[in-house]
Design a protein around this ligand. Structure first.
Ligand code: G4P
Length: 536
């Protein structure tokens, strides 16, 4: 359209403007580092928790009610499933993707990260980087996902700040660039030096951290006089850091090479606002996604989205299946008919929700970066694309190399139908990968997972949701490779090797001995034995 004098400028398309306001990120941490507490405090500062922050926990008997819902989670005090929390903050809309909080690395977390534009890594100041969580952080690094780091629990004794910084770089290989620096050792937390403005921010505790912590910005001279040695030490430490070049590096952050680092205490709210401000200031807004083939689809093009999570029976009162999609382009309007790229079938989006813990709210419109839960989208699988207008298909979300394999059998053969239905559902949701021996069929599928806790989830759900109690027998397989039909007969003939089929048609060769596999790779290069994503 031509613009000329007297003409109004073209209106900026709203999908693009709205996308610019979105900050879509996930919090990742080792269990107990404080992810749930920090999530609640973000909601408190975002004004989304009108009640006292602590009351959410109290009501659910000690665990968060906003994101934990399954009985198993409550029994175990872990969070397996994830939900999405949306709240406005400043002039932005924050989408906080909740990741499962259990010890094992789970593929579910990886899939959630595929829908996030950044992650906040929460560390416990007393523990630093814990071995079991390392893999998760490495996955973020390998994906080049922008990573912010929050060193939590500074209100109680912990490791030395410089030591923690050193550990992050050594263990994960991303360079920490502290944005805030604590005044007072862990356990004697006075406030934070904010390197962005060279300010000292002093906090005051409130009862149980239930309301925002009052903050006071104190000029350097006065802070030095008030805080004495603690202040001088912090300034000295920052001097040391400056000498080794730890200044904030925007490009390095966006490339996942460096991680802006913050200190604080989610419990007392110290440093929470500074972190949330940084999320809004530093996390990149959604950018156009490049499809598997063809050119990238502009943010203000027609609607498109991809499925990153499928979850059935989240709420016993509803007993339905929700496909969570992240919007990649355009405006979503509830009731619109979209096309499912995999099947070409139309799907009406009349039942579109956001899910906030157990509460569902209807979504009428949404924009790039937002997450929408579509109810009863039975054909949708993880990684699928949906669109309006010109067809588009984004690259799928790859699955990981499983490292644990167990055979599942239904205890009561009268419940076989329910068992089969449950297994199919868990497979679709990606709770476990389901492998079958073509000769045995559905009787005794092999469940495969990256972390063994997924088996607990599968067994619990088969029994409680599908009424099909199962027995798991461990197998001796330790490692898997992708193979093909040509190599399968030779592999099957070997001892300690089996070839099973995954539901997506992929043939997986399972080996009892990694040593045997290594020898085979050397001795028989004609066999197809491809590595799967992210071997442990
Ligand atoms: P998670 O989601 O990462 O598993 O951790 P969560 O927030 O549940 O926190 C784990 C424990 O650490 C909780 O204590 C929580 O209160 C505590 N915590 C979180 N942030 C801080 C902090 O900044 N300082 C201190 N001192 N503690 C913190 P709990 O005793 O297990 O539970 P609760 O009885 O307090 O709910």
């Amino acid at each position: 359209m031509k613009r000329g004098p007297g003409r109004l400028a073209e209106p900026v398309t709203s999908a693009h403007t709205e996308a610019d306001r979105r900050r879509t990120f996930a919090i990742i941490s080792h269990p107990d580092a404080g992810k749930t507490t920090l999530t609640e405090k973000f909601l408190l500062y975002g004004g989304a928790l009108h009640k006292e922050a602590g009351s959410v926990k109290a009501r659910s008997g000690g665990r968060s009610a906003t994101s934990d819902w399954m009985a198993l989670e409550q029994q175990r005090g872990i969070s397996i499933t994830s939900t999405v929390l949306q709240f406005p903050y400043r002039d932005c809309v924050v989408n906080l993707l909740d990741t499962p909080g259990h010890r094992d690395f789970s593929e579910d977390t990886y899939r959630v990260l595929a829908a996030a534009d950044a992650a906040v890594m929460v560390l416990d100041a007393a523990k630093g980087i814990e071995a079991q969580t390392l893999k998760l952080f490495e996955v973020c690094r390998d994906r080049g996902l922008p990573l912010l780091t929050f060193i939590n629990k500074w209100d109680r004794p912990g490791l030395d700040a410089l030591e923690l910084i050193d550990e992050i770089e050594r263990e994960i290989g991303v360079i920490p660039t502290p944005v805030t620096w604590p005044v007072g050792q862990s356990g004697d937390f006075r406030g934070l030096l904010d390197r962005r403005g060279d300010n000292f921010v002093r906090f005051t505790r409130t009862a149980r951290g239930a309301t925002e912590a009052p903050e006071e910005v104190v000029p350097a001279e006065q802070a030095a006089a008030d805080e004495g040695d603690a202040y001088d030490t912090a300034v000295e430490e920052l001097g040391l850091l400056e000498a080794v070049g730890s200044a904030y590096d925007g490009d390095g952050f966006l490339a996942g090479v460096s991680t802006p680092t913050f200190f604080g205490s989610a419990l007392t709210n110290f440093g929470v606002r500074l972190l949330l401000d940084a999320v809004v200031d530093l996390v990149p807004p959604p950018t156009p996604r490049t499809p598997a083939q063809g050119d990238e689809r502009a943010l203000d093009d027609d609607f498109s989205a991809f499925v990153f999570k499928v979850q059935a029976n989240m709420d016993p009162a509803h007993r339905d299946r929700i496909a969570f999609v992240r919007i990649a382009s355009g405006q979503f309007e509830r009731g619109m008919t979209v096309t499912h790229a995999g099947t070409g079938k139309p799907f009406n989006t009349k039942y579109a929700h956001t899910v906030f813990g157990q509460d569902r709210e209807t979504v009428d419109e949404a924009f790039p970066g937002d997450i929408v839960g579509l109810v009863n989208a039975t054909d949708f699988r993880i990684g699928d694309t949906i669109y309006v207008g010109d067809p588009v298909a984004y690259a799928g979300i790859p699955s990981f190399a499983p490292e644990h394999f167990s055979v599942a059998r239904v205890r009561d053969t009268g419940r076989f139908k329910q068992f089969r239905k449950g297994i199919a559902q868990l497979d679709e949701e990606g709770v476990v990968q389901v492998l079958r021996d073509p000769d045995i069929g559905d009787q005794a599928p092999v469940m495969a997972a990256v972390g063994p806790m997924q088996f607990d989830v599968a067994v619990h759900r088969l029994e409680n949701e599908f009424g099909a109690p199962v027995e798991l027998s461990p197998t001796t397989y330790k490692v898997a490779r992708r193979t093909d039909a040509a190599s399968a007969p030779a592999l099957r003939a070997m001892q300690g090797v089996d070839v099973l089929e995954r539901s997506d048609g992929t043939l997986l060769a399972l080996f009892e001995s990694p040593y045997w596999l290594e020898r085979l790779e050397g001795d028989q290069p004609e066999l197809t034995l491809e590595r799967l994503l992210a071997e442990g």
